[in-house]
Each structure stands twice: as C-alpha cells, then as structure tokens.
Design a protein around this ligand. Sequence first.
Ligand code: SF4
Ligand code: SF4
Ligand code: SF4
Length: 272
Amino acid sequence: MRKYSFPILILAIFETVAVSLWLTKDNLFYLFNFSYIGLSISLGCFLFIRKYKHARRLVQLLVGLYMLVYLGLICGENMQIEGFWYYLFTGVFEAATIHYAVAKIFGPLIFGRGWCGYACWTAMVLDFLPYKTPKGERKKIGWIRYFTFALSLVFVASLFLAKVGNIERIMFWAFIIGNVLYYAVGIILAFAFKDNRAFCKYICPITVFLKPMSYFSFVRVNCDKEKCIACGKCKRVCPMEVDVTDNSRNRKNGTECILCMECVNSCPKHAL
Ligand code: SF4
Ligand code: SF4
Ligand code: SF4
C-alpha cells in the first residue's frame, strides 16, 4: 500500500480544499468541483504507479474537458487569466480566483507545474500534435509572456475604468475568443518551431505566476547520482528541456518542469 501514498495524499489535499470551501462558502458546487478534480488526478497517479502508459493524458482529458466544457462553456465561467482579473477587481473570491489560487499561485508551492502536465485544456490539445519533444533550438523570446500577461490585465482594467456595462457577458465571449486564439497560436507555433509546447515556453501569460512559484515546489523530480550513468536519455525525452540530472533549484529550465514523468519512465537505471 505504501506505493499508493502519493495518490492518497493528493486526494486528501483536494478533499480538504473541497470540504473547507463547501462549508465556508455554503456552496455544494465546491465539494463537487474539487472532489472531481482530486479524484481525476489521484486516479491518474494510481494508474501511473500501475504503469498505465496513458495515465497523464487521461487525467489531462478528464480535468481539461471538465473545465473547458462544463465550467467554461456550460456554466459561463471565464477561467482564463482575464476571468481571474475580473473576479479580483470585483473583490469576489469565486470560481476563477479560487482556481488560480489553488492551481496556479499557491498550489505550485506543493505540486509545481502539475497544472501544466495534468489539467490545462490548452496543452490537452497541443499534446496531441506530432512534436512531443522539441526538434530545434530554444528561442530567446520568453519575454512575450510578460507582454500577454500585461495585455490581459490592461484589457480587463480598461473595461472597469471605462465603466462598460455587462462585463460578465464580455468575459464569457473573452473566454471563447481567448481560447480560440490560444489554440490557433499554440498550433501554429508548434509546427513553426517543431515543438508542441512552444506556446507554454514563450507565450502563455500564466507562466508569470507558475514559474516563480514552482521554483519552490515541494514535489520535484530528483536524480540519484549513485545510479545515474549520464546516458542523457532523460533529457532527450523531456518536452520542456529541463536539466533533470541537476538536483539544484537553479537547474536549467527547472521552473518549466510539468511533472510529466517521461524522464522517469525512460531512465534505464531508475535513477529518477
Ligand atoms: S504553460 Fe500555460 S498553456 Fe502551457 S500548460 Fe501551462 S497553463 Fe497551459
Ligand atoms: S536517463 Fe537516468 S541514467 Fe540516463 S542520464 Fe538520465 S538519470 Fe542518468
Ligand atoms: S520529462 Fe521530467 S524533467 Fe522534463 S518536464 Fe517531464 S517530469 Fe519534468
């Protein structure tokens, strides 16, 4: 049973959040929402331990589709970064603010960029593309993320400053148009740079939160130097070009690790 302690821990964390929010906000939705996400993720971890090849992709689809289709399209919640700014400005601690606090701001202190590996509905589609590992040199255009981050903030702030009516409706359409743009740009970049995760590396505004917080992540892949034979296989299969054999927090592209476990699965010496 000890090997299943991680999925049990994940489930316990999510259930704690689910029950706490249900009771404090007197809203059954939070119990359902966080229980569903926690169950999906711990199911994925369980299947991973059982060596099921598509465990991560299954979780990505279960969580990503739920958030995109149910929360976004059916419930009309803008779970993009614009929705986060919107709820923040209105002072409402609801859907998008809670989602960002748990998955993208404070959660990464525990599970790093697990969101990017197991839940993001943008990457859920990008990961179907053919370039699972980058085929070219990394580009020095990561600054674009700060531009898209600022753009999203200015967009929502302008709506408030201009006292535009029915911002909630605008947020719904911003969610639809924003997602179409993310998918279009993500797919074009993936083919242009021969790298499925190019959008994550250069454009995604959410990484402005994710990268600094995941630097301190409790959960991370470490290398047992005693076992490692420096074959380099782990680096060749990494979609995010992380120098995973370096155990320091400053390792190359360390804040990009999405905990996909491709390196762990490929290591011939079980050193990771
Ligand atoms: S970097 Fe952005 S687009 Fe990529 S997986 Fe993370 S949140 Fe999704
Ligand atoms: S795949 Fe394993 S043995 Fe090879 S370099 Fe990576 S950690 Fe070391
Ligand atoms: S292959 Fe390893 S180092 Fe690279 S992103 Fe996945 S878990 Fe992180």
